[in-house]
Design a protein around this ligand. Structure first.
Ligand SMILES: [Zn+2]
Length: 307
């Protein structure tokens, strides 16, 4: 007789919480991605190579700097629990140096290491001690926060801010007349969505990403229309509950993601640098191989948040 205990190594949440779980600084760090080492100083990002690296999942590790802050900025690593101890250790080291100037840095370091070992409590994120859990890989990109409240929201903002009052009204009429047959969405309320265009929630963006492409032609510049279509195509392929041929599916998805990023760069190149959610798109591919269809991690995170 033997017992087997299975546990799923997954930490679904929104991006800031996942960054925290992965001991990462978040989207404003020089290396803004919790899942890879992409990024660097702005001089690097401004080069062709640096800009293009944001489209990809891997880039070389940067060299190690001297001070703690420099190291954190260089690597984007910041652990809340370790941070608490780092503050204390830095103060203690300074005090010790002041108290006895004959002590070498090495001596102080040895003493402080011994002191730290004797202190009770956690010294680093307990998540790092869970066997089989890798917080950088096991924080799957979550489609509610990254796609609906991220990518689709950016597109919606670019779209409605480019419209005149008359075009807004025309779009509302067209949108309201959408044939919802075959669409898995709630009844549409176009006037409401336009009236509260800056305060929409997930279900509205889910409707817009599936329907905008059919009503935006001639209302916006061709580049923005291409972007709306690219996001529509991508989301149609992302929102599937079953994948029958994983290799084929992921290869299609990779192309649709690349098309979406290209379309964003065409309309507003700065978005690629500024918006970490865009860089997270290529990470969806390995996440789906690891965890299955993208909506499943969304269901999982809703269940966890409810609990
Ligand atoms: Zn990344």
């Amino acid at each position: 007789m033997c017992g087997v205990r299975l546990h799923i190594s997954v930490l679904p949440a929104d991006n800031p919480q996942q960054a925290e779980e992965a001991s990462h600084m978040g989207g404003n760090a020089n290396h803004p991605c919790r899942k890879c080492n992409v990024g660097g100083p702005s001089q690097h990002i401004q080069t062709d190579e640096g800009y293009h690296s944001l489209y990809l999942m891997k880039s070389a590790m940067k060299d190690v700097q001297k001070s703690v802050t420099e190291m954190q900025t260089a690597m984007g690593t910041k652990d809340k629990i370790t941070e608490y101890w780092i503050e204390i250790l830095l103060t203690k080291a300074k005090e010790e140096k002041k108290r006895d100037r004959t002590k070498s840095v090495q001596q102080i370091a040895v003493e402080l290491e011994k002191w730290l070992d004797e202190q009770p409590g956690e010294k680093m994120s307990p998540l790092l001690n869970i066997a089989g859990l890798d917080p950088t890989k096991d924080t799957p990109v979550e489609i509610l926060h990254t796609i609906l409240l991220g990518i689709v929201k950016y597109v919606w903002l670019m779209f409605h801010t480019s419209l005149t009052e008359a075009d807004c009204n025309l779009f509302v009429i067209h949108l309201q007349l959408t044939d919802l047959d075959g669409l898995n969405i709630l009844p549409l309320c176009a006037a409401y969505m336009m009236q509260y265009r800056s305060n929409l929630i997930g279900k509205h963006f889910k409707t817009l990403m599936q329907t905008m492409a059919f009503h935006a032609q001639d209302l916006v510049i061709p580049a923005l229309f291409s972007l709306i279509k690219a996001v529509g195509k991508l989301s149609a392929v992302l929102w599937v509950s079953e994948i029958h041929n994983m290799d084929e599916y992921l290869s299609d998805l990779e192309i649709l993601i690349a098309n979406t990023l290209d379309a964003f760069a065409e309309v507003d190149p700065l978005k690629i640098v500024d918006k970490i959610k865009l860089h997270l798109l290529p990470h969806v591919v390995p996440d789906i191989r690891r965890f299955g269809p993208a909506p499943s991690t969304y269901v999982l995170s809703s269940a966890i948040i409810k609990r």
